[in-house]
Design a protein around this ligand. Sequence first.
Ligand SMILES: C[S@@+](CC[C@H](N)C(=O)[O-])C[C@H]1O[C@@H](n2cnc3c(N)ncnc32)[C@H](O)[C@@H]1O
Length: 230
Amino acid sequence: MGSGQIDDQRSSARRVRSVIERLVRDGNAVARSDGTVHSLFPVAVSAAEGEALREWVSLEGATRTIEIGLGYGISALHVCEGLLGNVGQTPRHVALDPHQATRFANCGLQFLEEAGVAELVEHRAEESQIALPRFLSEGKSFHLAFVDGNHRFDGVFLDLVFLGRLVRAGGIVFVDDYHLPSTRRAASFCLKNLGWTLEEASAVDDPHQWAVLRTSAGPDTRPFDYYVDF
Ligand SMILES: C[S@@+](CC[C@H](N)C(=O)[O-])C[C@H]1O[C@@H](n2cnc3c(N)ncnc32)[C@H](O)[C@@H]1O
């Protein structure tokens, strides 16, 4: 990558930062699609969680990322900011959300456009449990995943199991809402049965906890009846 391209990415990252700062400061926004007013937090990730997410994208040198639950796009903006700081292949972020046009009046896509990163993000208006197995059969792979979609146990469990196969071996799955029993239990299955490790978690008294999981670096060699209670 030439120095001109690095400068372009830096200036793009600054534009993303300015949109994040405006949204965090205002806390609400008007949807261009239908004029509805949206209160962004606590539906969207907090600035602190977003910064932790951006740091992990940087630390991992990720250039291909995936997110379950675009929502207001605050997590996606932080991922994009991290991606723009990583030099290498052209960065790409895939964001799933079946309710973007309805519940969110396309606000997430609007903010990505305002931040100048709409072309970097591929939004799919699909449920993750339908899209992820298809991505697997299409041979897609990612360096890092962020999970903030369907928070029921079966929803998070399916997301983690499929992302475990879509994210590179020893890659990062950053999980939101770790304080919820459903999320914690689904993560516990991966930690106790799949050889994943817990890399970082926000404070236990954080009302909106998050955790960073690393998938197993080796192949899955469990016998067919392997089971550890979780
Ligand atoms: C808490 S919001 C995400 C907020 C987002 N991380 C942000 O920072 O703005 C949860 C999102 O998950 C989406 N969602 C719910 N079920 C889903 C599913 N099965 N697959 C993908 N997304 C889903 C919802 O439409 C919603 O946008």
